[in-house]
Design a protein. Structure first.
Ligand SMILES: Nc1ncnc2c1ncn2[C@@H]1O[C@H](COP(=O)(O)OP(=O)(O)OP(=O)(O)O)[C@@H](O)[C@H]1O
Length: 255
């Protein structure tokens, strides 16, 4: 049995293999993640951050390397099979929720993920009080919209819902791909604070992509910087506490 919840070893991903557009995106990455690690992931546009999350969630298979979750080899497991363990929130508020279903129905589906479709929406009324409490954590009105189709929500309300759906079942791994980037500054900050609260309280293991240096240092216990498909910084503990935004910028140079 391993100490690490997630292990990525010798990960290489190549696109357009065999033609003159061939490009290695992730170049032999090795990352061992401890249970409860809250990693902020930084890097220039095109550095490979989303590709790394895709390799973890199974929407992209690496050309080389292995991925293990609690010692279980996930490398060839499909995205839908991995969804039992891994939840993700994307940048686009339109992704992650079923637009014609109500807020409460979406929450119940997420809560009962893995159960047969026909059983999933049973006994919705029994969950309404807990859904009300869950959604009342932010002052954005979501808790008054439990019976509203999610297609009618604002971007901030939808991202809050997507985040609550991703965390309602205590996933082994939570992946956040710039999940507050499309929101106005106040709404983004509120959702980030809620993100931090839930991850910390529930001791979730999380990788959060952000372009905000301040947030990358303020939240989480570990920071990884990718540059052109390589890890150029992987830091936690005291050394990370001493890191400044100016220090971080040095890792953004072209290589
Ligand atoms: N399927 C693909 N085919 C061709 N190129 C791809 C493919 N997927 C990703 N890339 C390229 O790989 C590189 C890394 O992309 P990725 O989206 O992982 O970067 P990122 O660090 O998340 O960037 P951003 O900060 O802009 O979101 C980019 O140059 C991108 O164009």
């Amino acid at each position: 049995m391993t100490d690490h919840i997630l292990e990525l070893h010798d990960i290489i991903t190549t696109v357009n293999a065999g033609n003159n557009e061939e490009k290695q995106i992730l170049k032999n990455l090795n990352i061992d993640i401890d249970s409860g690690d809250f990693i902020t992931l930084l890097g220039t546009n095109g550095a490979g951050k989303s590709t790394l999350l895709n390799v973890i969630n199974g929407s992209l298979f690496p050309n080389q390397g292995t991925i293990k979750l609690n010692g279980l080899d996930l490398t060839t497991l499909t995205e839908s099979k991995r969804a039992k363990y891994i939840a993700q929130v994307f940048q686009d508020p339109k992704l992650g929720t079923a637009p014609r279903m109500t807020v409460a129905e979406n929450l119940l589906l997420a809560f009962k993920r893995g159960q047969k479709r026909t059983l999933r929406l049973r006994n919705l009324h029994k969950h309404m009080l807990s859904f009300k409490q869950l959604t009342a954590q932010l002052p954005n009105g979501l808790s008054n919209l439990l019976n509203t189709p999610t297609g009618n929500l604002s971007g901030g309300q939808r991202q809050t819902l997507s985040f609550l759906m991703a965390t309602i079942n205590h996933p082994e791994i939570l992946l956040l791909d710039e999940h507050t980037a499309a929101l106005d500054p106040n709404t983004a900050q509120q959702l980030l604070e809620l993100t931090n609260k839930i991850i910390t309280q529930e001791k979730l293991t999380c990788i959060m992509i952000t372009h905000q240096l301040k947030d990358a240092l303020k939240f989480g216990n570990r920071t990884i910087i990718l540059n052109a498909g390589n890890i150029v910084l992987d830091i936690k503990g005291d050394a990370r506490h001493q890191l400044t935004e100016t220090d971080i910028l040095k890792y953004f140079t072209d290589i």
